[in-house]
Write a protein that binds this ligand. Structure first.
Ligand SMILES: Nc1ncnc2c1ncn2[C@@H]1O[C@H](COP(=O)(O)OP(=O)(O)O)[C@@H](O)[C@H]1O
Ligand SMILES: [Mg+2]
Length: 294
């Protein structure tokens, strides 16, 4: 199957000189149409930066990004924003709804530049709200809605253009477990109806909805694991199923992952030619362990 998203050795650096942060470091990553990819990793590991690069909200410092096989760097600004508007949908942890607009108007916003009539825009927005089960909240303002409802409005806005790819950066990060479940069921429905989903999450339980889990650490993808829908894959379990209360527990989870990675890839990588020399500083980084080749 063709890859809709392909990153080749993509890096993103912020700042310069001594103050340079390597947010994403030489990441190569491909996504096929219809995949549901969960992205995990500790805070600061580059997950949001990676999503912003993929979502054309940011440009790579180095490397190549192919969207539908086309080099994004060659797109004009106008073409990039049209792509972003028509083919990518975004859901953020903090909803990003405009407080002065009703739910319906917020959802209709991405249609505003499409040269279609106001009536049609609102009808389409109404349909999107219906899909997320909020038809009865069309004329509510954000401050009148609960967190879970706000995120469902945000999902309606993300899907109003029927985008192929939905990028959700910790969409349940601010929600209680009941609302999280609803939001996840919606993403799962979208996946079933053919949308490609990229979702950042801290919650290993939510990897159940994904068919692939990618693990980031220090700007790199350190593991990439296929996963059956309905189950939590091995690494996610190893990494996170322990009591996590502090940042140190987080780090302990990462160490557990680091230990788990060579075992996962062990059988395969021992047969492969010696690992390529990397330009990275960290000694702990291991080659990725994606076992099934695509
Ligand atoms: N706009 C920015 N300017 C400077 N540094 C940034 C910026 N965005 C992210 N970073 C840095 O890049 C690294 C990765 O950040 P981020 O992608 O937000 O990680 P995550 O989403 O995994 O928590 C962090 O060290 C962060 O401080
Ligand atoms: Mg983030």
């Amino acid at each position: 199957m063709k890859h809709i998203i392909e990153l080749r050795d993509v890096s993103k650096l912020y700042g310069f000189g001594d103050a340079t942060t390597v947010a994403v470091e030489e990441v190569s990553f491909r996504v096929k149409k219809g995949e549901f990819v969960a992205v995990m990793g500790p805070s600061g590991s580059g997950k949001s930066t990676l999503m912003n690069l993929i979502g054309l909200l940011d440009r790579p410092t180095q490397g190549t990004y192919l969207l539908h096989g086309k080099n994004v760097a060659r797109f004009s600004k106008w073409r990039q924003s049209r792509y972003r508007r028509d083919r990518l949908g975004f859901v953020f942890q903090s909803f990003h709804l405009l407080p002065s607009m009703t739910a319906l108007e917020n959802v209709a916003l991405p249609l505003a530049y499409k040269g279609i009539t106001q009536t049609r825009r609102l009808t389409q927005a109404g349909n999107a709200l219906e899909r997320v089960g909020l038809s009865d909240r069309e004329y509510f303002y954000p401050k009148q809605l609960s967190g879970g409802q706000l995120q469902r409005v945000a999902i309606a806005r993300a899907i109003v253009n029927n985008p192929e790819v939905i990028i959700a950066d910790e969409p349940t990060g601010n929600l209680d477990s009941a609302s999280s479940r609803l939001v996840m069921e919606l993403l799962s429905d979208l996946h079933k109806s053919g949308h490609t989903i990229l979702m950042v999450t801290h919650n290993p339980e939510l990897t159940r909805y994904a068919n692939r889990v990618v693990y980031m650490h220090d700007g790199s993808i350190i593991a990439d694991e296929d996963s059956d829908i309905g189950s939590v894959p091995t690494l996610a379990r190893k990494m996170y199923f322990r009591a996590r209360k502090t940042e140190e527990d987080d780090l302990a989870g990462v160490s557990a992952l680091m230990e788990a990675v060579p075992q996962m890839g062990g059988k395969k990588s021992s047969k492969k030619k010696p690992a390529k020399k990397r330009r990275t500083k960290s000694k702990t980084k291991k080659p990725k362990s994606r076992s099934k080749s695509s």
